[in-house]
Design a binder for this molecule. Structure first.
Ligand code: HEC
Length: 259
């Protein structure tokens, strides 16, 4: 039972740091229970385990006592089953530790997220700069071809957007449940109905990566469409989502007065 000695030594040292040190602290500051930081704990434990190993393998007898049972387990044909169990246990433990490190966490971020952050004054798309304050949908003016343009926007929508934003424009397309945050629900008055078309044009054009930092602790899955669609296609798709979900874009006072 030689190998139990260093293990007990390490355990005692651990308890001394875990409980003994805070206890001493509580004596000088009654009513408190200071904790030893994990990083310090890890450092001490590393030296304690290494020290215990060195100390107990100093003599031939100590070395055999510590290493003997391990060599026996791996070399003794009579312990084949036990060996298989030990290998499986070590592998499973390694797998579990690795899984704990890499498994994704879906907890809400501590920071608050602004779903509709203030847009930048200008945005770069298709290699040029757009002034978002004054930008208007060029196809709105074209009353004669309105139905045709909306229909073309519908084709863009069904080829590119509907998988996420859904047939009913409610943000529940085929893939929606895989995303956090889920795709925007256009029928909800809290999304495109309260936004100007230029804001929506910018959101569609630059997608999740285009959001300024206050909108971004949750990386949204909305793709960057200006790299995949033309400017006209994005404008038409924007017009389509308004028509199809039965809401009107928000207009600024000056635009409304001119109408
Ligand atoms: C991969 C899934 C996916 C696809 C495809 C997709 N979107 Fe999105 N979309 C999202 C997500 C996720 C958001 C972010 C919702 C949020 O920020 O809460 C979003 C946000 C938006 C918004 C912002 C709404 C708002 O209230 O700010 C608009 C507009 C939009 N999408 C339009 C489109 C259009 C048009 C297309 C097709 C050209 C499209 N989306 C394709 C996932 C997608």
């Amino acid at each position: 039972m030689h190998f139990l000695k260093p293990i007990i030594g390490v355990l005692v040292a651990y308890l001394l740091i875990k409980i003994g040190v805070p206890f001493l602290g509580s004596l000088s500051h009654p009513g408190t229970w200071p904790v030893v930081p994990t990083a310090v704990m890890k450092m001490y434990l590393f030296f304690i385990i290494a020290g215990a190993f060195v100390a107990s393998t100093f003599s031939e007898e100590g070395y055999n006592g510590l290493i003997g049972p391990i060599v026996d387990l791996y070399g003794n044909p009579a312990k084949a089953k036990l060996r298989l169990g030990a290998v499986a246990a070590v592998s499973l433990l390694g797998t579990w530790v690795a899984y704990q490190y890499v498994k994704p966490s879906f907890d809400a971020p501590v920071e608050l997220r602004s779903v509709h952050p203030a847009p930048p004054s200008s945005a770069n798309m298709w290699g040029k700069s757009f002034e978002l304050q004054t930008l208007k949908n060029p196809f709105r003016e074209d009353k004669a071809n309105f139905a045709k343009n909306v229909e073309e926007g519908g084709i863009v929508y069904y080829k590119n957007c509907f998988y996420c934003h859904g047939d009913k424009q409610d943000g529940k397309g085929h893939f929606y449940s895989a995303f956090n945050p889920i795709p925007a629900n256009f029928v909800d008055v809290g999304t495109i109905a309260m936004l100007t078309e230029s804001f929506v044009f910018w959101r569609v054009g630059t997608g999740g990566p285009g959001l300024p930092s206050e909108g971004a602790p949750w990386a949204t899955a909305m793709p960057v469409w200006h790299t995949m669609l033309s400017e006209e296609e994005v404008w038409k798709a924007v017009m389509f989502i308004y028509e199809q979900s039965g809401v009107q874009p928000r207009v600024t006072a000056t635009v409304a007065e001119k109408k």
